[in-house]
Design a protein around this ligand. Structure first.
Ligand code: GUN
Length: 286
């Protein structure tokens, strides 16, 4: 039997609709500042997309495009200016930064109340302590899709594959917040396949194309594939295509529900970023 396809694109569209409604009800238009350093093509695509949806949901998009050879001090100074700017509700510094720039230092300069990416130590601390705060976007999107598919997640065994700061670690904490039993599996985990096979909810987030095989999936499990990997196309020479961390086609015959790539978790990240910007605006201007 084929798994239910979890339509992240449609869910993200609905979420952006809710964001647009919330924006209309606010006394002032929220502003999202996005800082892009250098010319990384993937980052340029993401930033364009963020700006487009920011404007579409009725908010102001403030873009700062800077050369790759900008000094770290100049970048820090820009972030400080954005912190002080009353028209800016959210600040996002697109990662990765070019070589030579210390992203930890730059991110840490973002005021926690404007940290719509949820990446500062303050935001991570709030999440791990179970306090209110801005949560990282991709992991939030994963939880939303799992809840939309399964309903109450309480007591379910969630296996997060990967321990990155951007996704794996915060995803584990967010599923824990939903009363899941959480396992974090990673490259040093012994017998990864059998650990993954224990999962009611499997969240691969390792950035390895099609690593998770159908045999790693418990029959009927919900699979939330975070991987977005560009690989050479098998059909068109010289072209590329996007695949997840899961070998999708065979996995569909085992899983109960599964996110496609593209069109699964990806669109949720930006929708959650816009949601965070509204939350930050309400909190600051409330
Ligand atoms: N680069 C890839 N994903 C992200 C993200 O979620 N936030 C930021 N700031 N940079 C990214």
């Amino acid at each position: 039997m084929s798994a239910i396809k979890i339509d992240g694109k449609a869910y993200a569209e609905r979420l952006r609709g809710h964001v647009a409604q919330a924006v209309k009800a606010l006394p002032a238009q929220p502003g999202l500042a996005v800082v892009l350093v250098g010319e990384d093509p993937a980052s340029q695509v993401y930033v364009r997309s963020k700006a487009k949806f920011t404007v579409e949901t009725g908010m102001r998009s403030i873009e700062h495009k800077l050369p790759a050879d900008i000094s770290e001090d100049a970048l820090v100074s820009l972030v400080r200016d954005l912190n002080a700017d009353p028209e800016v509700d959210g600040i996002l510094v697109q990662l990765p930064l070019p070589k030579g720039l210390n992203s930890d230092r730059v991110i840490e300069e973002i005021h926690p109340d404007k940290d719509v990416d949820g990446l500062t130590e303050a935001s991570a601390g709030r999440l791990s302590l179970g306090k209110k705060g801005l949560r990282p976007c991709t992991p939030t999107g994963c939880v939303m899709l799992a809840k939309d598919t399964l309903g109450d997640l309480s007591g379910k065994h969630c296996v997060v594959l990967g321990r990155s700061i951007l996704v794996g670690k915060p995803a584990a904490l967010l599923f824990l917040e939903q009363n899941c039993t959480v396992t974090i599996a990673h490259s040093r985990t012994k017998d990864l396949a059998s650990v993954c096979r224990e999962a009611d909810i499997l969240v691969p987030a390792v950035g390895r194309p099609q690593m998770v095989q159908a045999e790693w999936i418990k029959p009927g499990a919900c699979v939330i594939d975070v991987g977005i990997n560009r690989v050479p196309s098998q059909r068109f020479e010289g072209k590329t295509r996007l695949v997840g961390d899961v070998d999708y086609k065979p996995a569909r015959d085992v899983a109960g529900s599964i996110t496609p790539v593209p069109g699964g978790v990806g669109p949720m990240t930006i929708a959650c970023l816009l949601r965070n910007t509204v939350i930050a605006a309400c909190h600051r201007r409330g």
